[in-house]
Design a protein around this ligand. Structure first.
Ligand SMILES: Nc1ncnc2c1ncn2[C@@H]1O[C@H](COP(=O)(O)OP(=O)(O)O)[C@@H](O)[C@H]1O
Ligand SMILES: [Mg+2]
Length: 316
């Protein structure tokens, strides 16, 4: 069952310049994307830095004004602040950021960091609130004595787990996780991802999981969108993306996943070189005039790729 649907979302940032500070151009950060996140499922959003992923995440939680399009949550367009307020959207939809050092208030103790969203949305006695916060810490594998510590007293992985605990404090239905493990070591990444999965099962949560690394999202996502230049170049199930990638950009991202196994390294290097050659030779076929990403076409009922349509002869 669907939880939230994004229709033809566009976010264009004005560029101002000159003496009169006039708008002279726009950054087309997000330029027409459509997708649906199902209840209890994880939707992956993957692309290089600058492709527009965070802008989509921020637009969904209401941190970024949209240029056009709609975001439909429980039948209502939540791009309007008034609508979000009227339906407790801000309680239902939470965000986790990459950089927990700056997203957790350094002057506050954990009990207040996690307590804040609870106080905003629930009326609990001090005792009840403390019990709830302890429960949340427990879910992310943190000991009780973390309650009275400050963010700087924890490791990066621990801080990110506190960020997860804070995000689930309001019993949300959707969490936008923007590169939640990108700043962490590989071994710690796995740990945080496991906690996120466990919480997902317990709360029947949906995630929008944002990453620049297809390796990270592999074990998290049910469906994945590959994003490039503000648009989707390919969307599909995890299976579609990893076993049957069609767009050259997707293939390139896949070949960029680091190989841990030393034995495969040479073979992997050769694959990367091959994909890179293919990319250089065929790049033009995969993009329209001005380098614009084509509209998505169905490859199968679950799989869509931005290919030039036969009718327009590759020009759009
Ligand atoms: N507030 C802003 N004003 C102008 N341009 C912005 C702003 N925020 C992001 N951008 C630009 O929009 C594009 C997409 O950014 P972003 O969504 O942060 O990408 P990603 O998260 O994939 O790295 C980039 O070119 C970025 O420089
Ligand atoms: Mg980003």
């Amino acid at each position: 069952m669907e939880l939230i649907t994004i229709n033809d979302l566009k976010v264009h940032y004005p560029i101002r310049s000159g003496f009169f500070n006039r708008v002279t151009d726009y950054v087309y950060a997000v330029d027409g994307v459509d997708f649906t996140i199902e209840r209890g499922k994880t939707y992956g959003l993957v692309g290089e830095s600058g492709s527009g992923k965070s802008t989509i995440g921020k637009a969904i939680v209401g941190l970024e004004k949209i240029t056009s399009g709609s975001i439909i949550y429980e039948g209502q367009d939540v791009t309007k602040k008034r609508v979000r307020k009227g339906m407790q959207y801000n309680k239902d939809v939470q965000m986790i950021f990459q950089d927990s050092m700056s997203s957790l208030n350094p002057k506050k103790r954990v009990i207040d960091i996690i307590g804040e969203p609870i106080r905003n949305f629930e009326k609990l006695s001090d005792q009840e609130e403390k019990k709830k916060i302890k429960g949340l810490l427990d879910i992310v594998g943190m000991p009780e004595d973390a309650l009275y510590k400050y963010p700087h007293e924890f490791s990066g992985g621990q801080r990110q787990r506190i960020g997860v605990a804070r995000a689930v404090a309001t019993n949300p239905k959707l969490i936008v996780a923007d590169e939640p493990v990108s700043a962490l070591d590989l071994s710690v990444q796995a740990q945080v991802l496991n906690f996120m999965k466990k919480i997902q099962r317990e709360y029947n949560l949906s995630y929008l999981f944002i990453s620049h690394d297809l390796g990270v999202v592999k074990h998290m996502c049910d469906n994945i969108a590959i994003m490039n230049k503000g648009r989707f170049v390919e969307i599909g199930t995890r299976e579609d993306i990893y076993t049957n990638p069609q767009h050259i950009y997707t293939k390139r991202l896949l070949s960029a996943i680091p190989k841990i196994d030393v034995a495969d390294r040479e073979e992997h290097k050769e694959l990367r070189r091959k994909v890179e050659r293919e990319y250089v030779q065929n790049e033009k076929e995969y993009y329209g005039s001005n380098g614009r990403v084509f509209d998505l076409k169905n490859v199968s009922p679950t799989h869509q790729v931005a290919l030039a349509s036969a009718k327009s002869g590759g020009v759009q």
